[in-house]
Design a protein around this ligand. Structure first.
Ligand code: PMP
Length: 354
């Protein structure tokens, strides 16, 4: 059997564990602990099954119009993917030529490196400073230790797994200088104080795309719906390369229902933010180093410097957090913000381990 060399040597992306046991405290994949809007349930129970007999709208006109109105832009600037991971896969295909590279910060979303490997182009990481802030170089593609031009920079903001936000003016000035496409992955922006959507709709930024997902703030990770906003020519290019029917009819209907109820989403993000503040304080009081999170998770270093052991100990108690081995990430645990009750269980477990 013939398998492409790039795939033979590929280390696949490892998603967070999805334990089958329902009696677990699951703080490992940044899911929302609260349910989606009741309008999603209503739409699901009223869904006309005859719609499944037919193919769905390949260009999801209604959903695009809804997203355009939410973001104060036009539907021709909106592309929708089967989860934002699909948008990333397409971006790697559409914005990068053979002989070019994909760049991102290090640490950042670990899928990016895998996407470059699947696309069979080099991945150029730009290390963040010790405190995970973005120091120099301003122009990442030029400063990188490579002769291959970086055609696509995947800029997670707020960043994952570090949880912190990069300043918007810094992103804007970087984008102005960067010769390729800057895709700002805003998976967690609804939990943050600000966002970069205005950069993607401004005429002076022909190379900026902002990406969102319904997986986190809208509590719909199982639905698989992500989207991006950007200049019309870049958006058109994504449409050219997508599968004909990448968003199924049910997902289109349920996403529309969720987007019709923004107050439900913002109510949930408010609760998550309040719990985030409380738990960050509790961990700091116990000597943990916890950067100021703008996301629905904390990236925390225990005072005993034994993150890997704590991860395993918590797991045996059916409390799942995320651990990324490696020189810097391996010092920390990524802890998704759950309900207050779940977080209290997490804290008691931490205390009993101490
Ligand atoms: N970007 C970032 C930074 C993420 O953490 C995730 C979730 N793992 C995604 C994108 C993908 O989200 P989804 O495919 O569920 O929209």
């Amino acid at each position: 059997m013939r398998i492409a060399r790039s795939i033979q040597k590929l280390t696949p992306y490892t998603p967070g564990e999805q334990p089958k046991d329902s009696h677990v405290v699951k703080l490992n994949t940044n899911e929302n602990p609260y349910p989606p809007s009741p309008r999603v349930a209503q739409t699901l129970s009223a869904f006309d099954l005859d719609k499944l007999r037919r193919y769905p709208d390949p260009v999801f006109a209604e959903l695009r119009a809804k997203l355009a109105s939410i973001h104060g832009t036009t539907p021709d600037r909106i592309f929708i993917g089967n989860g934002s991971d699909e948008v990333l896969t397409l971006a790697a295909r559409v914005f990068v030529d053979d002989g070019e590279a994909i760049g991102a910060f290090d640490p950042s979303y670990s899928l990016y490196k895998t996407l470059a490997a699947i696309r069979n182009v080099p991945f150029v990481p730009t290390p963040l400073a010790g405190d995970f802030t973005w120091s120099e170089p301003e122009c990442i593609g030029e400063a990188a230790d490579t002769t291959v031009p970086v055609a696509l920079f995947l800029l997670t903001n707020p960043n994952a797994p570090t949880s912190i936000s990069h300043p918007q003016d810094k992103i804007a000035s970087f984008a102005r200088k960067f010769p390729g496409v800057v895709l700002i992955d805003e998976a967690y922006a609804d939990f943050a104080d600000g966002n970069c959507v205005s950069l993607a709709t401004a005429a002076e930024n022909p190379n900026v795309v902002v990406m969102r997902t319904l997986s986190k703030s809208f509590s719909l990770a199982g639905l698989r719906l992500g989207y991006c906003i950007g200049p019309v020519d870049l958006i058109d290019a994504l449409y050219k390369a997508k599968d004909s029917y990448n968003i199924d009819a049910l997902a289109q209907a349920l996403a529309l229902a969720a987007l019709d109820d923004l107050p439900w989403m913002t109510g949930n993000t408010k609760k998550v933010r309040a719990t985030r503040t409380r738990i960050a304080g509790e961990l700091r009081r116990r000597g943990w180093d916890v950067p100021d999170s703008q996301t629905n998770f904390l990236f925390a270093r225990p005072p005993s410097n034994n993150a890997a052991d704590i991860f395993e100990d918590l797991r045996t108690r059916h409390i799942y957090v995320r651990y990324f081995p490696g020189p810097r990430t391996g010092e920390r645990l990524r802890i998704t913000i759950g309900t207050d009750a779940e977080m209290d269980e997490f804290l008691s477990a931490i205390d009993s381990l101490a």
